[in-house]
Design a protein around this ligand. Sequence first.
Ligand SMILES: [Zn+2]
Length: 210
Amino acid sequence: MISAREALERLREGNRRFVSDIRSGEDADRSPTRRTELVAGQEPFAIILGCSDSRVPAELVFDQGLGDLFVIRVAGNIVAPSQIDSVEFAATRFSTRLVVIMGHSWCGAVLATLEELQQPTENRSRNLRSIVGRIQPAVEALLTTELRHDPDTLVEQAVRENIQMSATQLRHGSRVLEQLIQKDGLLVVGAEYSLETGLVDFFDGVPEPD
Ligand SMILES: [Zn+2]
């Protein structure tokens, strides 16, 4: 089992390789040999709850191989009961100690939520409701501030607020997760991927360096 700190370091290194466009065959093993080895079982070192956006595939942006990451993707990286269950499953079954909530710049789900909230109620889409409903609490307060006149900064802030809210929800999502955090070194951190630079900024819940 690798610790949360060590796992975080591996992700940072992998992201640095991705940004510099260095492919590391060793660290990101996708070989037939590795595939065969993994039939017997997996031991993913990190759980990533990220957005479904096609531009943010976790394995690629962290340059990881088969069996390395347990990935849950959902539009807007929201935390609904099935996401909590998936995280709990991986954390208990594989002893994975790091969970990353990964949002990203210009998230379409966050943009859609802001648009919906700025529209009259009768024009809102029914289909979007389940996602918008989850993101709304994170962003609605921003619409009462001066940021509503500054669309770009508004989106930037909203993306961050939504990541932080998801991380908080996950930390208190279930008794099992709370216990793992308190007693077994499980760490939940929030991160934002930049579509522009490819960099992942771990900005929420990251422990101080030793
Ligand atoms: Zn997104």
